[in-house]
Design a protein around this ligand. Structure first.
Ligand code: GLA
Length: 348
């Protein structure tokens, strides 16, 4: 008898993330300052004893089934399950046949990374069910991001997966995407509050302008003869043709804003964070052009409610706006208070 095969049921949880600042910098070898949120995706995995996956998206009341040796392509949430099962196997991990029940509390398509939460929770559940040691979390982040690129068609970077896997309570994470150095930075809000407000416009990264923005950055690199925009200067950016000049300007100034935000948090200057959020938003709207009418109206609502600063969060083209509320301001109607929570984990 195989004495390793004693686990027959596990539950894993992975949080979504908010990004305090540093948007569209991850795939440009830049800097970002995200944090894991309390909401996320829970995956319960039960051993099946045969090499197939039977998955249920409980909130959607939808099911999927496939053989582990032939996961084949699909669409929607099914692509994530099939992609994770396939990529774990091709990376050499054992993936046991399993019944998977998925439930989520992160709104889908709202810029809070329900996708990464799903990928990470699936991977942790399947790996725990197999009973092996947990792999290196950076390797896991890369594997999950590969699923998004190659199975879902969204050419995303590593921001969401690293935030979900490395999140810590009461801390944001300063991530350097060139070195993949992840440094927790205390995010002590005191009586201040961070909120997100849904613009009501939902986005799908694979079909929004996201991939086009990524291609524009690659084109700017080709024009400048550099490997990544981390090596570009503002002078070089200004000499590029429209709209590449503005795209690169956004990425470079956003990296600087991340460093300024880290410094502001370290000296406890939340007022300065407000100004940086507004500056980031203006750059995302005017230079990177990922805002929309609905997002602008959510941004104005946060300011009308007294926000010290606010900005679009995530890929853009809809989704959520994050705002920093001072102690005396009430949380605007419809907004959700968020705070840095723990990273992904096997719960039982
Ligand atoms: C999405 C992607 C991330 C990142 C952000 C923009 O959330 O999944 O990789 O590029 O957009 O900062």
């Amino acid at each position: 008898m195989d004495t390793n095969a004693v686990i027959d049921n596990v539950t894993a949880f992975a949080p979504g993330r908010a990004n305090l600042i540093g948007e569209h910098t991850d795939y440009n070898d830049g800097l970002a300052l995200p944090f894991a949120i309390e909401d996320g995706v829970t995956v319960e995995a039960t051993a099946l004893g045969e090499p197939r996956i039977a998955a249920e998206a409980v909130d959607l009341d939808e099911r999927d089934e496939f053989e582990l040796d032939d996961p084949d392509r699909s669409s929607g949430w099914k692509s994530f399950v099939r992609g994770i099962a396939a990529e774990l196997q091709s990376a050499g991990y054992e993936v046991p046949g399993a019944e998977l029940r998925m439930t989520g509390s992160v709104p889908r398509g709202a810029g809070l990374s329900s996708s990464a939460a799903l990928e990470v929770a699936l991977a942790l559940a399947l790996l725990a069910l197999a009973g092996g040691a947990e792999p290196d979390r950076l390797e896991l982040a890369k594997l999950c991001s590969k699923v998004e690129r190659e199975w879902v068609g969204a050419q995303t970077g590593l921001l969401d997966q690293i935030a979900s896997l490395f999140g810590e309570r009461d801390r944001a994470l300063r991530i350097d995407f060139r070195t993949l150095d992840v440094r927790p930075v205390a995010l002590e809000l005191g009586a201040f509050k961070l909120v997100t407000l849904d613009s009501g416009e939902h986005h799908d990264i694979a079909t929004s302008g996201y991939n086009q923005r990524r291609e524009e950055c690659a084109e700017a690199c080709r024009e400048l003869g550099i490997e990544s925009l981390r090596d570009a200067t503002l002078e070089q950016a200004a000499a590029l043709p429209e709209p590449l000049d503005r795209r690169v300007t956004h990425v470079l100034t956003e990296n600087t804003r991340v460093e300024e935000a880290v410094a502001a948090l370290e000296r406890g200057d939340l007022e300065a964070i407000g100004g940086l959020l507004d500056a980031s938003h203006a750059s995302l709207r005017d230079c990177y052009e990922v805002s929309t009418e609905a997002v602008e109206s959510a941004w104005r609502r946060l300011h009308d409610a007294g926000a010290l600063g606010a900005r679009i969060v995530g890929g853009g083209f809809g989704g959520n706006v994050i705002g920093l509320m001072p102690p005396d301001a009430a949380i605007p109607k419809g907004a959700l208070e968020i705070a840095p929570g723990d990273g992904a984990r096997v719960v039982s």
